[in-house]
Design a binder for this molecule. Structure first.
Ligand code: AMP
Ligand code: MG
Length: 397
């Protein structure tokens, strides 16, 4: 392979070829799930918009309860009840209180709430057995989100949690990026999308990569499988370049006689690198054709997976302003893990019930490891294996 780069160099190159003028659109909140926010969401309202009680009990002036205890309760006059969803029609004066429920709006003059458990009342008199300080048991106006506060950041993937925040702010038309389209072509004479006959295997990568693309907030154009035939692959690539913003070609990325991806990219455009110092995933190509990025991924599904996860995903992150990849947890290695100097290596791991991290041993050419693993760890280029007992960062698969 010519022109082998480190994984970090590869990421820099693909990121510098990322689309920068991605279009945005507004979608109804009902259709916003898993879309990517195209703008910071800055609140124009205070949430809550009024002071609210966080307990069932009585709205009070805190000062009226000072010194109250089990032996000497404060005695307050009950002047009314605050109904949910309504504003009190009165103002609390000194020595007065009003019945309130969790979430009810504090009346004017009140600055705290006492829990019903700490009171003993009849219809007009309330004995308060526990003092409260100002603002106790109260959510103040703007406590949750205040005017001018950035409630959600551009590049956030909208999940049910973000849908909740948007609903609280009343943002029902949500600004999101238009989904970039990424095409997937699988190559290989042995690949079939039907029932495999002797010598054939099922196409794993079309679906694997398509779903990875979807997970990262993009749209897929699934071309399907083509044979190791230069014209067929070229035609597929040209069609995909018309339909998509970027293309992934799986298989045929090495330097053998049947590996044609790099020549095709070079004939139609420019290949920037051929080979990344990573394992799995070394035979990876990146280039542009008609100003659109083309990724040549190794056909081995595990390798294709890791190249997507570590390289293609970085391209998508840049394009959609997604946050940086971060470990999801840490673990302590239960055994030594050997690795070669000079390339970054990715090891699928499992977390045992007592918190130890063990590698999932891969039989080469096998996809099952992805189903078995809880995550993966990285061994950097300059490290020669990791000894048992090392604390490692665990990344999400
Ligand atoms: P290649 O990168 O084309 O040399 O393929 C490497 C290995 O991955 C070979 O064993 C292929 O049969 C296998 N392979 C290639 N493409 C796919 C695919 N789409 N699905 C499953 N296995 C594949
Ligand atoms: Mg092949």
């Amino acid at each position: 392979m010519l022109n082998v780069v480190t994984k970090d160099e590869a990421v820099e190159i693909v990121k510098s070829n990322s689309l920068t003028d991605l279009k945005t659109e507004k979608v109804n909140i009902d259709n916003a799930l898993f879309r990517i926010l195209a703008e910071d969401i800055v609140s124009v309202e205070d949430i809550p918009s009024f002071d609210r009680s966080t307990v069932d009990g009585f709205a009070v002036k805190a000062a009226d309860t000072f010194g109250a205890g089990n032996a000497i309760p404060a005695q307050l006059e009950i002047v009314g009840e605050i109904l949910m969803g309504e504003k009190a029609g009165f103002t609390l004066e000194n020595g007065q209180c009003a019945k309130i429920s969790t979430g009810g709006m504090l009346p004017k003059g009140a600055d705290a709430a006492v829990m019903v458990e700490h009171t003993d009342c009849d219809n007009s008199l309330c004995l308060v057995y526990k003092a409260v300080s100002p603002n106790e048991n109260v959510t103040k106006k703007g406590d949750d989100i205040s005017v001018g506060e950035t409630a959600l950041k551009k590049g956030t993937k909208i999940t049910s949690a973000e849908i909740g925040v948007l609903s609280a702010l009343g943002i029902y038309e949500v600004p999101v990026f238009k989904k970039p389209v990424i095409a997937v072509i699988s190559t290989g004479d042995e690949i079939t999308d039907g029932t495999p006959e002797d010598g054939q295997i099922r196409d794993v990568n079309t679906n694997l990569l398509s779903s990875a693309i979807t997970e990262y907030g993009c749209e897929v154009y699934k071309y399907g499988a083509v044979r190791d035939n230069k014209d067929e692959i070229k035609n597929a690539l040209v069609t995909c370049l018309e339909k998509a913003d970027a293309v992934i070609v799986s298989g045929g990325s090495s330097a053998g006689a049947r590996d044609m991806t790099v020549d095709i990219i070079d004939e139609l455009g420019t290949a920037y690198f051929h080979g990344i110092a990573m394992k799995p995933g070394k035979p990876t190509i990146f280039g542009t054709v008609l100003n659109k990025p083309v990724f040549g991924l190794p056909g081995h599904p595990l390798a294709a997976y890791f190249v997507f996860r570590l390289v293609v995903a970085e391209y998508i992150r840049k394009m959609l302003s997604l946050p940086a990849d971060k470990p999801i947890s840490h673990g302590v290695l239960k055994e030594n893990i050997p690795s070669n100097h000079g390339r970054e290596e990715y090891i699928c791991i499992k977390q045992t019930d007592n918190g130890e991290t063990v590698p999932v041993h891969t039989k080469s050419g096998i996809i099952s490891v992805l189903g078995e693993a809880d995550g993966f760890i990285k061994i950097t280029r300059n490290t020669e294996g990791l000894p048992k007992g090392t604390t490692v960062e665990i990344f999400e698969l």
